[in-house]
Every structure is written in C-alpha cells, then in structure tokens.
Design a protein around this ligand. Sequence first.
Ligand code: AMP
Length: 220
Amino acid sequence: MEAIIFLGAPGAGKGTLADMVKTEAGYEHVSTGDMLRAAVKAGRPVGLEARAYMEKGELVPDAVIIRIVNERLDVGSKDARYLFDGFPRTPEQARMLDQVLAKHGTRVRCVFLLDVPRDILVDRLAGRRICRSCGAVYHVRNIPPRVAGVCDACGGELYQRADDTEETVLNRLEVFRKQTESLIEYYEKKGVLVRINAGRNRELVQADILAALRKPAAGT
Ligand code: AMP
C-alpha cells in the first residue's frame, strides 16, 4: 500500500490534479468530501451526522472521518496506491492514518502542499458550478459552459455547492488555514512535505507533481 496526500485549500485544484495523478501515475483518488457528499445523498446515517457541519463549512468530527476512511481502506487491495484529498485535516486524523499505514508496513510517501493566493481561491470557489448528472466542473467566467446552467458533456443541470457561497467559502478558508498550520509542521518534521505553487497554470503544476513522484521516497 502506498499513500500520498494533497494538502490544499478548497479551490486549490485538488480534484482536477487528482484526476491527472490517477491517470498518469495510477493512484486511486480518495476524497473524504466526495465520500461524505455521497453518504448525505444516499441518506446514510454517517451522512446525516455529517451534514450540518458540512453546510456550515465546519469540520466533521474526527470519529466520523476515521470511520469512513477505515471502511474505504478495508475494501482496497494491499498493493493499492492512494491519493488522499481533503484528508487528513487534523493532527488526530494524520496520526490515525500513520497507524493504519504502519499496520500495512508502509508510511506516507509524499505530502503536496498546494499553495494558492487567497483572492484566487475565493474567486474559483464562488464561481464554481457542478453538473448534477456527471459531476463535470465549470466556472461561471473561467470555464463557462456553452449554454448557461447546462452541462456541455451530458446536458445535465449545473448547480452551486451549498458550501461554495461566498460567506461559507470565507469560513472554509479560515478553518483550512488554522487546521493546516499544524499539519504542515507535522509532515515537515517527517521530511515528506513538498511545496507546490499551484496558482500557476495547470501544466506547470502537473509537471512539478509528476517530477516529485518520480523521485525516490523521502522522509524518516
Ligand atoms: P471538501 O470537498 O474536501 O471541501 O469537503 C467538504 C466538507 O466536508 C468540508 O467543509 C467538511 O465539512 C467535510 N470534510 C471533508 N473531509 C473532511 C475531513 N477530513 N475532516 C473533517 N471534515 C471533512
């Protein structure tokens, strides 16, 4: 089992970059945000527990997160390579991940800190629109659909995530800043943190990530 992590504010491009790393380097994308949204949609108990926190942009309690991540890793193969996106978000979650990986005789290989200036993040998130049917992502100005409100790929309806409104976005960025400080320190000490300037165009960001993945694993 191998694990890498994307540490990036909401809007840093984690989802898009994860798709690229999946295609180019064969990592399975594990997004706790996507897993929670799926649980809410399906009306699962874990979703009901998480929903109120998510709508406010607050963190869902560690116990809930740890439960869904464990469930996910239990069904994976022992050679699986995981790319965690939006997890861990707290030192408690980071320690739990270390324990799970240690059980499999491995540890976090690389943590990418995707740095993007705050004003770019707010603009990206508040303008983001998602297709209800196929999940394709648009931006009202940067990546507009051909017909407003309609998905180019499948004709589905585009919607704004309940937590992408400007007020909630500001709260999510603040929660992210506070939480990440300790995680940055945690992974820096382990020697696995790789800082990426993710405010640049996508090709440059992708090239930096793939180059880091080609190097032998670092850290202690
Ligand atoms: P995301 O799609 O990663 O921005 O996550 C959306 C929301 O899901 C967050 O604002 C949190 O409420 C919740 N969430 C996702 N991942 C975690 C996590 N690892 N720990 C706590 N809450 C999370």
